[in-house]
Design a protein. Sequence first.
Length: 318
Amino acid sequence: MNALLRGVCFVALLSLVTSCAKPVDYSTGTGRILFPFQGVPMAKIRLTAVDPKSLKLKGYDEIRIHAYTVKVSPSYTARGYLFEGPKTAETRTGNRILFGHWLGGVANFDSNEREFFAEAAEYAKEGNVCAIPVGNYPWMTSPTGTAEDIPLVITQVNDYRIGLNLLFSRAGKRSTKAMVISHDYGAMFGILTAVADRRVGAAVIMAPVSRFYQWNRILRSIPEGKVMDAYRAAMLPYDPISLIGELSIPILFQYAETDQYVSKTDADALMNAATSAAKDERRYHASHAITQNAEANADRRAWVEKILSEWNAQSAAE
C-alpha cells in the first residue's frame, strides 16, 4: 500500500471513529444556548416489554410496547413508554410521534402518561413509532419557586429529547422529522423541545399557559412582590411565550372555551406570539381535559394525518 493510499485510509478511519464517538447534534442555535444536550448512548437505554392488556389497552395485541429507562446521571433516570407497530408494518409508515402529557386530573381519567396510551397505541397499530416520556418536572419534582427551577426545566427538555433519540433509533422507514402531540405542561415542554431540537417537524399544542409561574405558583406557594417578580424574571427566557416565535413548523393550537386553568387572554397571547405561517388555531366547547372532547380529538387526528401524509409523500419522492 503506497503512502497516499495509507493516508486516505487513515483519514477515513479517523472520520468513522469521530462520527461514532460524537453523535450528530440536532440542537438549534437556541437549543445549544438555553438547553445544552449531551445526548445519551443508546446502550444506556433499557427496554422492558409490556403487555398491552396490563395498560388496559384492548384490541392491540399485535403492537409492541416497551417501558424504557435511561440512567442520565447518578441522581436522575428518564422513564417512558415506547409504542411500535407489528414488525410487518415497519416499512409501511414508521413516522415518529412524541407525546407530552398533562398534570392534573378529573374523575375516572388518568392525568399522567396514560392520557395518551390509547392514542399512541392507535398510531402504532398503523405502523408509526411513538414515545411517551413519563416526565419528572413538575410531575414528580415540584417547582421551587426560585431560579433553581431553570436546571429542572432544562433537564425536562432533555428528557423529551431522549425520547426523540429513542424514536429515531428504531427500525422502520427512515424519517427525519417527528410530530409532537402535547397537552398542558406537556405542551409547554413540547414547545421548548421543538425550539431546541430541529428534528421536530410539527406540533399539536393543547391548552398550555404562556409562562411557567402561572401554574408553578399553584404547585408551590410563591410570595407576591419581590420574590414573585424575581421568579418571573428568572424564568422569562424559558417561558413558551418567549420562544414560540422561533418556530416556523406547522402548529395546531387546541384550546377550550371553558378552561378552568387557562384564560382566553393568556391563550391568545401565546398564539399571537407564534409567528409560524403554518399555525392553526382552534377552540372547543370543552374543559381543560380537552383530550376527552370528541370534536377536538377528531380535528387533531385529521390534522396529524394530513401532516404525516405530506411527510410520507415527500419521503417517497426522494
